[in-house]
Design a protein around this ligand. Structure first.
Ligand code: NOJ
Length: 756
């Protein structure tokens, strides 16, 4: 008994002792020769590292938030500068849809899911550029994005923050965004590694994603690899456990796959209060604790002192942080921005508008109800067209606009140019106003937020009722969905048109009006399947969502509907245009696929040509997967050749026998068209022999250790860092109630005055 107690006390007392030891101030480094130097990055990293004291090293591997702070001072996270060595501070700012963390004077971009619906790599790079410039303008230098989590279930609170349900689409757009962020001089942080797809009880043992090795590699990790290939500076480990081991102390995930298999040489940051171990997290490959620093401060100091964490590992952690700081010029460019600066610009607002426009998906357009032409009066209906507008979803991706162009504002302004009368009603007299107008636009919304999953995919009964009564009053009814993802549409047969506008950011109304009036051709395509009903979801079984059993395996999104033969309401890749397209002359030489696309209609338009690959002998596998896409803009009658490049993964699968990517012998089918369910052309590629196309990454053996700290170390953690442990639990508890919604704009959106 006494021995047990002394064993428990020893590490704690030593920790206190080490923490209390007076620290001799190191002398200032004259001139910091690594600043402005052309020496190779590794040499500069070595120069700095060799001069750092233990205190300085430990100071660099965690954030500066105090024990009672939920975020860091000023930004979501802050690692203080070390002036003696000219190491600048790291300011970590949310997030993936613009500057978050309640900052003002920023551009509210459309949600990442809206960007994904544009299927536009260049636009993704521009989007990243806007975020980076504004983050730098606020004096921070790390963008907490892009989000590379997949949209596994549309009820997920953060579905709007994803780039959709397909790993290829997510990976391509996230990689482009990383390029845009880092070209602008900030560091990108891809998040959250890995299989973090729900909010329910996150950061608790109940939040455990049980995923088989092949599914993990092909579906959930492949987009992370794409961002690593694009040079992403950092990666955030998530709140969830993966196969029983917490993501932030999961050595398979961090050491073996991310750093080994993918060759990632930057730093791994914990999500906020997701550090659940000290020594084990450091040894498993986590490099930077956020937002505070007890586990990687006093506890890591003790771990290094006792040899539980090798000194070489601490040096590696520090080097991984310094490396991208040198690579992206953070040492050479003094920070000039400040949190109070207004950083939004007309140019950035222009990008927000383009993304909103290109991300809008025309789902249904019976009898060419759109574009709006030759109408004398329009009814704009629903609270979501005015005061209830949702520009940005909730939680860390929430961005406050200066003001939002509401759907009513945008439509009224545009209609005015044509002398068309526009009237508004929030709901009560909507059917009367609709009956007196040539065309009715009903706008409905559904709120989603980080911290809480939604219970269903239904609109409110009130909104469904509003749509029904307007549709009964006017056959030319167009529904605009202002939602964070797919919703059920029980009224679909009764309306003429449907537009998915997602959470479209501050330029919403202007973008919507351009699409409705045909000034912009609708070119958005669904980055996610719209199911007919909840029961059709691959994850409708509660054991899967939020239970965490990923036994739908590879059958995520359209792969499920294809494999199970379920008719979706609207398939992945779907989106109408005001013109029509035809495909011809599909060819391949095994490396490149080409196809001709012709605009067969009478208006200019943009098609998103999509390439899907089917494997030989699929034995229960989903029939096909996206492996290429290209936007092509065509004049009426114009034909252009579209080209898709295949890479080593395009025809490969993850072989669990040899733990690597393998190209299987046999006929692989290449199918091309305008959506996952509209593929008019296909061709076969014959692969003569089965070949490995990557090095192996052995999986953890069955029954591998759970990955956390040992009992004694855990006790030491709890007793030394009680507030961090408390907050870790609070992250899970919040998911029971959710976070309060932040405000949408500095100038509160309003309904138009009576009569509109
Ligand atoms: C928690 C979120 O999961 C993460 O995405 C975000 O970057 C941090 N909080 C910081 O706000």
């Amino acid at each position: 008994m006494r021995r047990g107690l002394s064993l428990l006390l020893t590490p704690l007392m030593t920790t206190a002792l080490l923490a209390a030891t007076p620290v001799a101030q190191a002398a200032p480094e004259p001139g910091c020769p690594w600043v402005g130097s052309d020496a190779p990055v590794e040499e500069k990293v070595g120069q700095v590292l060799s001069r750092m004291t233990l205190d300085e090293k430990l100071g660099l591997v965690h954030g500066a938030a105090g024990p009672f702070e939920f975020v860091g001072p000023t930004y979501a996270g802050l690692v203080p500068a070390i002036p003696r060595l000219c190491i600048p501070q790291l300011g970590l700012s949310d997030g993936p849809a613009g500057v978050g963390n309640s900052h003002t004077g920023v551009t509210q971009l459309p949600a990442p899911l809206a960007l994904a619906a544009s299927w536009d790599r260049e636009l993704a790079a521009e989007y990243g550029g806007v975020i980076a410039r504004e983050v730098l303008g606020k004096g921070a230098n790390v963008v907490l994005g892009p989000t590379v989590d997949l949209l596994r279930d549309p009820r997920a609170g953060r579905a709007f923050e994803t780039l959709g349900e397909d790993p290829h689409l997510v990976g391509e757009l996230a990689a482009a965004q990383v390029g845009g962020i880092q070209d602008a001089g900030a560091l990108a942080q891809a998040k959250h590694l890995a299989a973090y797809n729900q909010e329910t009880l996150r950061n608790t043992p109940a939040d455990n994603a049980v995923v088989d090795e092949r599914t993990l590699q092909e579906i959930y990790l492949a987009p992370v690899q794409d961002t690593v290939d694009a040079g992403v500076a950092s990666v955030m480990c998530g709140y969830n456990r993966l196969n029983g081991v917490h993501a932030c102390n999961n050595s398979y995930l961090l050491n073996q796959v991310l750093k080994g298999q993918f060759g990632f040489d930057g730093f791994v940051t914990s999500d906020w209060f997701a550090t659940q171990a000290s020594y084990a997290a450091a040894n498993a490959g986590m490099d930077l604790q956020m937002p505070g620093g007890c586990l990687f401060g006093p506890r890591l100091r003790f771990g290094v002192a006792t040899g539980a964490v090798p000194t070489a590992r601490l040096d590696d952690m520090v080097s991984r942080i310094l490396r991208p700081m040198f690579r992206h010029g953070l040492f050479d460019r003094p920070a000039t921005g400040s949190p109070d600066d207004i950083v939004t610009t007309p140019e950035n607002a222009g990008v927000a508008r383009r993304v909103a426009e290109r991300g809008m998906v025309l789902l249904k357009n019976d009898d060419a109800v759109l574009p709006i032409q030759n109408r004398r009066s329009i009814a704009v209906l629903g609270e979501a067209a005015g005061s209830g507008v949702i520009g940005s979803g909730g939680g860390s991706p929430h961005v406050i606009a200066r003001s939002i162009v509401t759907p009513f504002d945008g439509i009224a302004r545009r209609a005015d140019q044509d002398g068309v009368e526009v009237r508004f009603d929030a709901g009560r007299h909507a059917d009367e106003v609709a009956a007196e107008s040539d065309l009715a636009v009903v706008v409905v919304g559904k709120w989603s937020t980080e911290s809480k999953d939604n219970k269903d995919i239904a609109l409110s009964a009130q909104d469904n009722g509003l749509i029904e009564k307007v549709a009964a009053a006017n056959p030319n009814t167009v529904v605009v969905l202002n939602t964070g993802g797919p919703v059920a549409m029980p009224w679909l047969d009764d309306v003429a048109g449907v537009v998915a506008s997602w959470y479209p950011g501050q330029e919403y109304g202007a973008a919507l009006a351009s699409v409705l009036f045909g000034d912009a051709e609708p070119s958005g395509r669904l980055p996610v399947t719209f199911p007919a009903e909840l029961a059709d979801l691959p994850t409708s079984d509660p054991a899967r969502f939020p239970g965490g059993r990923y036994d739908e395996g590879l059958a995520v999104g359209y792969r499920w509907y294809d494999r199970e033969g379920i008719e979706p309401l609207f398939p992945f890749g779907h989106g109408l245009s005001y013109t029509t397209f035809a495909y011809s002359d599909l060819r391949t030489d095994g490396d490149t696929v080409t196809v001709n696309v012709t605009n067969t209609g009478r208006r200019a338009g943009t098609e998103v040509a999509q390439l899907y690959v089917g494997r030989p002998n699929t034995g229960g596998e989903p029939p096909k997967r996206l492996e290429g896409f290209q936007r092509v803009t065509l004049r009426p009658g114009e034909t252009r050749q579209v080209r898709f490049e295949l890479d080593e993964r395009s025809l490969a699968h993850w072989d669990t026998g040899s733990h690597r990517w393998v190209r299987a012998a046999g006929d692989h089918t290449l199918a091309v068209g305008g959506s996952s369910r509209d593929l008019p052309l296909s061709i076969a590629v014959h692969v003569p022999d089965t070949t490995a196309v990557s090095e192996p990454t052995p999986a953890p053996p069955p029954g591998a250790p759970a990955g956390g700290d040992g009992t004694l170390t855990t006790l030491g953690n709890v007793l030394t860092c009680p507030t961090e442990m408390l907050y870790a639990g609070a992250v899970g508890a919040i998911s029971l109630v959710g976070l309060p919604p932040g405000k949408q704009a500095e100038i509160t959106p309003v309904n138009p005055s009576a009569g509109g």
